[in-house]
Design a protein around this ligand. Structure first.
Ligand code: CAA
Length: 285
């Protein structure tokens, strides 16, 4: 395994920002790319806010905060990825957009560089097939909020080599994460495969008038000891994101039990996408 010093992160949304921050905190140099300069600026502001909080709590020196931020370079194009040693892609969950990025990364990155995707459900085999290096393509699925959540699912696509899995595991562990290996590429891997049916049933309980969103969340938090109720979690993750994952499961498994509940579709159509729009199952404004 050649040494990994610089990690390229594609996409500066909530996941890309968290991944870039944790990588920089772990001593990696980071090149963060987004097509919108505004998103890169707000990503850097978010990273600084999180670091400032640690400084205020006495867990980090101001010098370390500055040093961490100095390790993050931002860019709106992909040319700089010729100089990175490992890539984590974290753009929005659209298979065609992801394939297009993988094709571009394959053209620009050195041939030995591993291309990992933070996809929560899209096929790693599919993304690998968009490149000339499918043995060096794998999934590396982080959880939101990345600085807090300990888990990374490392996913083996049909052609992923054992060396690639071992390297992705080593990088995730160097970022302080615990790794589980997903041996077969299958929709939703482990966590979302188990989580989505729970979220679907929670929405159905509300839809059928069995209980209010507040009581569904209270029941799951106090009865199952989950840190967040399922409807709070849908709002936190994004109603559109959950809707897309369910839609994908429905298509892939061909089983109606995965069909997104009508209430979820209605909220997407109404633009109530959860916390990020200020409204979802709950109002945040
Ligand atoms: N970034 C960095 N740190 C954060 C943070 C963020 N966005 N949000 C919270 N934290 C930190 C806080 O600073 C605080 O740190 P300290 O204890 O060290 O001071 C700690 O997390 C706890 O935060 P709070 O006290 O503010 O709030 P909380 O106790 O309610 O925790 C939570 C917030 C960590 C988000 C917690 O509610 C939780 O674990 N929720 C469940 C999250 C979850 O299930 N995520 C998976 C989503 S599904 C997914 O990601 C898969 C997918 O593909 C769809």
């Amino acid at each position: 395994m050649s040494e990994i010093r610089k990690i390229g992160v594609v996409g500066a949304g909530a996941m890309g920002t968290g991944i870039a921050l944790v990588a920089a905190q772990s001593g990696y140099d980071v090149l963060l790319r987004d097509i919108e300069q505004g998103r890169l600026d707000s990503s850097l502001r978010n990273m600084d806010q999180i670091l400032q909080r640690s400084v205020a709590k006495g867990r980090l020196t101001d010098e370390d905060r500055r040093a961490t931020l100095a390790r993050v370079e931002t860019t709106t194009d992909l040319d700089g990825f010729a100089g990175v040693d490992f890539v984590i892609e974290a753009i929005f969950e659209d298979p065609e957009a992801k394939r297009a990025i993988f094709r571009e990364l394959d053209r620009i990155c050195r041939p030995e560089v591993i291309l990992a995707s933070n996809t929560s459900s899209i096929s790693i085999t599919d993304l690998g097939a968009a490149t000339s290096r499918p043995s060096r393509v794998c999934g590396m699925h982080f959880f939101n909020p990345v600085p807090v959540m300990k888990l990374v699912e490392v996913i083996r696509g049909y052609s992923t080599s054992s060396e690639t899995v071992a390297t992705a595991r080593a990088v995730a562990e160097a970022m302080g994460k615990t790794v589980v290996e997903v041996k077969k590429d299958s929709p939703g891997f482990i966590v979302n495969r188990i989580l989505m049916p729970l979220l679907i049933e929670a929405v159905r309980v509300v839809e059928e008038g069995i209980a209010s969103p507040e009581d569904v969340d209270k029941a799951v938090k106090l009865g199952l000891n989950h840190p967040m109720g399922p409807l709070e979690l849908i709002d936190f993750t994004g109603i559109d994101v959950c809707h897309n994952v369910m839609q994908y499961f429905w298509q892939e498994f061909n089983q109606p039990q995965y069909a997104p509940p009508q209430l979820l579709r209605t909220l997407v159509r109404a633009g109530r996408l959860g916390r990020k729009t200020g409204k979802g199952f709950y109002d945040y404004e």
